[in-house]
Write a protein that binds this ligand. Structure first.
Ligand SMILES: NC(=O)C1=CN([C@@H]2O[C@H](COP(=O)(O)OP(=O)(O)OC[C@H]3O[C@@H](n4cnc5c(N)ncnc54)[C@H](OP(=O)(O)O)[C@@H]3O)[C@@H](O)[C@H]2O)C=CC1
Ligand SMILES: O=C(O)[C@@H]1CCC=N1
Length: 268
């Protein structure tokens, strides 16, 4: 197997580290290239044993998959590198938010099979939620799904549903991290020092995550198990509801999904 990543940043590295740690590919199956950060990419070569090259012809020769993992705004420069050497059998897989299959096809001037995936950086711990959609001629889907399930769970969606998946799970962890960040800052308002606030929040999040993983109870039942009638939790939850947490979250998700739609229109 030869999997070539154009881009070795946060998302690409979470994917190839997830794949390697789960032994679904050997480090020698992975080929990395980037724009400029040779130092960072050499770290992966030295520590993981993956291949690194800036020779596009060499990179794309006999490639099974080419993964487009730059920012959408850098895609034209990535396409310029790939276009001359892309072989007809190579499957193209994009992680770029908001870049449509038809745009990838147009920029690469190719009829190759193309899939869009929307993972998240939890791929690094094999817990990404991956949205996936395909071009009509992407027939060999099982192998790609197997590769993706090495770093998380996969849901197949129509391409126009990618905007919502991008908001819900692509960006979703960042929204949760922000809530944890604000929680820790609020603990400091309560009187804890920074170290205590971080320690308490971190362990609270880890414990809650493990409960979600291990328990069959719904979020709502887990919450109810903590909430005594007329107790402290009920008092806190009433304040949270009063400030409209759900309304804020809906606004957050709509803003992210709309930005994905805007990105997809930028390139029309
Ligand atoms: N971060 C996330 O949580 C998620 C990101 N995504 C998508 O993943 C993509 C990458 O995001 P992220 O990893 O965060 O971004 P990063 O900025 O961390 O990484 C971008 C990578 O693209 C490389 N690059 C830029 N131009 C070129 C080029 N011409 N040729 C080869 N490589 C190039 C950069 O190289 P250099 O460092 O040398 O500039 C860098 O390695 C985005 O399209 C984003 O929408 C999707 C889901 C989640
Ligand atoms: O912020 C972004 O645009 C990318 C897509 C999903 C997560 N990060």
């Amino acid at each position: 197997m030869k999997i070539v990543f154009y881009g070795a940043g946060n998302m690409a590295s979470a994917i190839f580290i997830g794949m390697i740690e789960n032994c679904v590919v050997a480090p020698s199956d992975i080929y990395l290239t980037s724009r400029s950060m040779q130092e960072k990419i050499m770290f992966f070569k030295e520590n993981l044993g993956v291949n690194v090259s800036y020779d596009d012809q060499d990179l794309l020769k006999d490639a099974d998959y080419v993964i487009l993992a730059s920012k959408p705004q850098s895609f034209p420069s990535v396409a310029d590198r790939i276009r001359p050497y892309l072989e007809p059998e190579t499957k193209v897989v994009s992680v770029m938010a908001g870049t449509q299959i038809k745009t990838i096809r147009r920029e690469l001037k190719t009829e190759n099979p193309i899939a869009r995936i929307m993972p998240n950086t939890n791929a690094m711990v094999q817990h990404s939620v991956n949205g996936i959609s395909y071009s009509g001629n992407f027939t060999d889907r099982d192998e790609l799904i197997e590769l993706m399930e090495s770093f998380g769970t996969t849901v197949t969606v129509e391409e126009d549903e990618m905007h919502n998946i991008t908001a819900a799970t692509g960006s979703g962890s960042a929204f949760l991290y922000y809530i944890y960040e604000m929680y820790a800052e609020s603990l400091m308002e309560l009187g804890f020092d920074e170290e205590e606030a971080m320690f308490l929040t971190r362990n609270l999040v880890i414990g809650a995550g493990k409960m979600v993983e291990d328990s069959e109870l719904s979020f709502s039942d887990l919450r109810k198990n903590i909430t005594s009638k007329h107790g402290t939790t009920e008092a806190g939850l009433d304040a949270l509801d009063g400030d409209g947490l759900k309304r804020i979250l809906i606004k957050t998700l709509n803003a992210a999904a709309s930005r994905s739609e805007e990105l997809s229109k930028d390139d029309e």
